[in-house]
Design a protein around this ligand. Structure first.
Ligand SMILES: Nc1nc2c(ncn2[C@@H]2O[C@H](COP(=O)(O)OP(=O)(O)OP(=O)(O)O)[C@@H](O)[C@H]2O)c(=O)[nH]1
Ligand SMILES: [Mg+2]
Length: 615
């Protein structure tokens, strides 16, 4: 009978702990090919061959039990049994990367030296084999005094032997371990080298191709050019490839509106469905294809090992503004959403580096801005080409992303010289090996992103849109009066408009910005709903958002609106996460203040300049 209740996956970053966790528990933790992906303790349930359930804990990667960053602190506390409300795990499953054995054995020995039940998952043996490394698990097990099980987490290989070893780990013979207990760090390094040497049977020079790839991709000027070119292609693709799919979704929504209008009696519920749900929420959902395309690229870059190279390339650039390549990964995650981005800063050791990264993370263009940008670009930027294969719309989108990045870098520069003053810290990150992104993982990752987007559309965006629709629909207008003028929302908009008029925002925009605090995409659904309510007959209603924007907005207004969204912190969840991660209101308030300030100033400058140029 096993008494195993909890087991923890521990080891160096990027060893495949989360991949193993997913394989063993059926969970879907994020995995990616760079160190520092997991920053929190996550637990799940796995079933041993005997049928007994075990709580399995996935931990952030760590190099030692001497934490140097907040995520490593979590690992230390769980391993040492200092984590509140939780006993020390009954069993450690140390995950080591077979192709990086020597390096990973340094921490592994420290863990083994704790004298707890321990087994080793010798993970990534497929990559080791590909590199021409053959490792003898028995020799490794003899040297370390703990069972060693070869695994390939992403192929679900070796899981059964691993589970069996976990089950049998209760009756471990600790006497075999005396040799590794209580070694100092230099001693552990030396013994790691010897143990690795003794366990590796053959080694060939298959590293060559990767070394060549790195020569090109990390080249001092070729590297940045390739990175820049790649990003350029991505934004072209977002517009060029999405069109047919967007057309399909639009057609579907139009058909649904037609169907509802043909089958339902006129009245409150029908208007709510056509104006609020289908027109409002539908105007956001049409951007799903663009989001999927963007993430297909991001996930492929993450999984292939290229992203860590990009961080390395960016390190030099980031040093100019007082940050290090460490901030790159959190900032990059912020392209999906600032919330995981801000969480990912837990892997940054230096507190001031970390704070600066949190404060600038919202300037990275999150996917919630994509619908906002896309709708305005679709309406005001002609779909012409400005060179062979270079579309103007994609170029403008690329420009907006760059604008955000440059804004973030400048903000970092100022912050590092003022409120978060301090020395820039160095950057060390091990480069993961290149590999083809596993298609299955890509598909799962994409599906998760799409699902996050659709769930937002179905919940927060839907709710905010419906509330706005209600405020727009009541009180009812007198004959001859416009419904929007008469409504509560119209009155709120009149008040806000006073503040926003100087930067070229009309009443509809001023109104849309309020519910868009819940989520940026709501700006789009709010505009769609406002115009749908405002339309005096069904023909006008069926017109769609883009023609209405074209008819109602000047180009300077549209450009100012884009500039606003580059900066404005229109997201309550981000503010809440910043509060949690900085333990107080001070920094989130600084963040909100400076971002709204920048948004107002830059929208204004854009508007006045565009007007002066006669656009
Ligand atoms: N080929 C191969 N790739 C693997 C294997 N296990 C994990 N990977 C890949 O290695 C990368 C890192 O995996 P993760 O599970 O995120 O690593 P982790 O140990 O949780 O990393 P941190 O959370 O940063 O500590 C991902 O790209 C995985 O797809 C394996 O056995 N074989
Ligand atoms: Mg992980």
């Amino acid at each position: 009978m096993s008494t195993l209740r909890t087991a923890a996956l521990v080891g160096n970053p990027n060893a495949g702990k989360s991949a193993l966790f997913n394989a063993l528990t059926g969970a879907r933790q994020k995995i990616a090919n760079y160190p520092g992906v997991t920053v929190e303790r996550k637990s799940g349930r796995m079933v041993l061959p005997s049928g007994e359930p075990v709580e399995l804990v996935d931990l952030p990667g760590s190099y030692s039990l001497d934490p140097s960053s907040p995520d490593e602190e979590v690992t230390r506390r769980v391993v040492m049994g200092e984590f509140e409300g939780e006993a020390t795990p009954d069993l450690f499953v140390i995950v080591v990367d077979a192709a990086n054995l020597e390096q990973h054995l340094v921490f592994a020995q420290e863990l083994i030296g704790l004298g707890k039940s321990t087994i080793i998952a010798l993970n990534m043996v497929d990559l080791a084999e590909r590199d021409g490394l053959v490792i003898d698990p028995a020799a490794l097990s003899d040297a370390l005094g703990v069972p060693v099980v070869p695994t390939v987490a992403v192929r679900k290989r070796g899981l059964e032997p691993l589970a069996e070893a976990m089950e049998g780990a209760g009756s471990q013979d600790m006497s075999a371990r005396h040799q590794v207990a209580r070694l100092t760090l230099p001693e552990r390094r030396l013994s790691a080298r010897n143990i690795a040497k003794g366990a590796i049977i053959t080694e060939s020079a298959a590293h060559q191709l990767h070394a060549k790839l790195d020569k090109v991709l990390l080249h001092p000027w070729l590297g940045p050019v390739i990175l820049f070119g790649l990003l350029f292609v991505i934004f072209q693709a977002v517009f060029a490839w999405a069109d047919p799919f967007i057309g399909l979704i639009e057609g579907g929504i139009e058909a649904a509106i037609g169907f509802v209008e043909a089958t339902m009696a006129e009245g409150f519920v029908r208007d709510l469905i056509t104006q609020g749900l289908l027109t409002g929420v539908g105007s956001v959902v049409v951007f799903l294809p663009q989001i999927v395309i963007l993430f297909a690229f991001i996930l492929a870059m993450e999984q292939s090992g290229y992203m860590a190279r990009a961080a390395f390339i960016m390190d030099r650039l980031m040093a100019y503004v007082g940050l290090s390549g460490r901030s790159f990964i959190p900032l990059l995650s912020s392209f999906a959403c600032a919330i995981p981005g801000i969480m990912a800063t837990r892997s940054i050791a230096d507190p001031k580096d970390r704070l600066t990264t949190i404060l600038i993370a919202p300037l990275m263009t999150c996917s919630a801005r994509l619908p906002v940008y896309a709708v305005i670009i679709g309406a005001f930027i002609p779909a012409t080409t400005v060179g062979p294969g270079i579309g103007l719309q994609g170029l403008v989108l690329f420009g907006l992303y760059l604008f955000g990045i440059v804004g973030a870098m400048l903000a970092a520069l100022v912050l590092r010289r003022t409120v978060t003053k301090g020395e820039a810290s160095g950057f060390i990150m091990e480069m993961p090996r290149y590999q083809w992104p596993p298609l299955r993982d890509l598909a799962i990752g994409l599906w998760q992103r799409a699902w996050v987007f659709l769930r937002r559309a179905g919940t927060i965006i839907f709710m905010a849109t419906v509330v706005l629709w209600l405020l727009l629909s009541f009180p009812k207008a007198e004959p001859g009066e416009s419904q929007v003028d008469a409504s509560f929302a119209g009155q709120i908009a009149d008040g806000l408009h006073v503040v926003m008029e100087p930067i070229g925002f009309n009443r509809e925009i001023s109104l849309a910005l309020v519910p868009a605090m819940a989520a940026r995409e709501v700006a789009v659904s709010a505009l769609a709903t406002t115009y749908a309510v405002d339309a005096d007959d069904e023909d006008a209603q069926a017109e769609g958002l883009i023609p209405r924007l074209q008819a109602g907005w000047s180009l300077p207004t549209a450009l100012a609106f884009l500039a606003w969204f580059v900066f404005a912190p229109q997201c309550l969840s981000t503010i809440a996460v910043a509060r949690r991660e900085t333990n107080g209101w001070k920094w989130p308030l600084v963040m909100v203040g400076y971002l709204f300030g920048l948004a107002y100033i830059f929208a204004g400058i854009t508007y006045w300049t565009a007007t002066a140029l006669g656009l």
